[in-house]
Design a protein around this ligand. Structure first.
Ligand code: PEP
Length: 253
């Protein structure tokens, strides 16, 4: 593990009513209160944002959204802007998750606007990138990562690059139980760090890169110990406060 403070972020996806969210946070807060070497975030549906911000206030748990529109306001029915997320106290936002790319047509072009818009609103963007199984089989992983990183970060000034968190999430490992091997995760994440380094070497040293894809309490410690890995983006295993807390503890080393 590098000297950067790891971030363990739980992506609830489209799960939990406000009552379920409240029960969860009341279980999570005491379970992670003594951990001080790791940043913790829960990425919750829009409907639970404000309640979770209130309940987590004063704790080490930050509350992030799962998507936003790039424009601050306007005729975009059904969308939510960075200004609005900021208004309810969200401290960050997941951008470019593969489920949004696959099911909702999220493009690198939109991300090139969303990432700087999140930063401008004072939020931490977690930019998700990763290859499909077919791309990996065709030795196309590096090309895919290069394109996603280049396009999505094009609008971010060098001085702010280190504030972006990147999550390497091989699509074949998301929700499948097929975790990347330690070698695959380290290789891809080191490659991403080198790509950022091509733009700005000091930002590359300070920027946190997470691994995501079937992280569980049983495999978290091994993944978190990898040289270039600075935390995890956790889907399914973040839905229970107890298993998410165990992953947070693994992140603390
Ligand atoms: C995710 O949704 O970002 C994710 C990594 O999911 P899972 O942990 O369930 O694979």
């Amino acid at each position: 593990m590098s000297a950067l403070t790891p971030l363990i972020a739980g992506n609830w996806k489209m799960n939990k009513t406000r009552a379920q969210a409240e029960e969860y946070i009341q279980a999570l807060l005491p379970a992670v209160s003594s951990v001080d070497a790791v940043d913790v975030a829960i990425c919750v549906p829009f409907t639970a944002l404000e309640a979770m911000v209130d309940s987590a206030r004063g704790s080490r748990v930050e509350v992030y959204a799962q998507n936003m529109h790039q424009e601050p306001e306007g005729a975009f029915t059904g969308e939510v802007s960075a200004t609005m997320l900021n208004d309810v106290g969200a401290q960050g936002v997941v951008l470019g998750h593969s489920e949004r790319r696959e099911h909702f047509g999220e493009t690198d072009r939109a991300l090139a606007l969303k990432v700087p818009a999140a930063l401008a609103a004072g939020m931490t963007p977690i930019l998700c990138v990763g290859e499909t199984e077919g791309e990996r089989d065709n030795d196309d992983t590096d090309r895919k990562l290069r394109q996603q990183i280049k396009d999505a970060l094009a609008g971010v000034r060098d001085e702010r690059l280190a504030e972006v968190v990147i999550a390497y999430e091989p699509i074949w490992a998301i929700g499948t139980g097929r975790v990347a091997s330690a070698e695959q995760a380290q290789e891809a994440i080191a490659f991403i760090r080198a790509l950022v380094g091509d733009r700005d070497s000091s930002a590359a040293e300070k920027l946190r890169i997470l691994y995501g894809g079937s992280v569980k309490p049983e495999n978290a410690a091994e993944l978190m110990a990898l040289k270039d890995v600075n935390g995890a983006l956790v889907g399914g295993a973040s839905l229970e406060a107890d298993s998410f807390a165990q992953i947070v503890l693994a992140g603390a080393g």
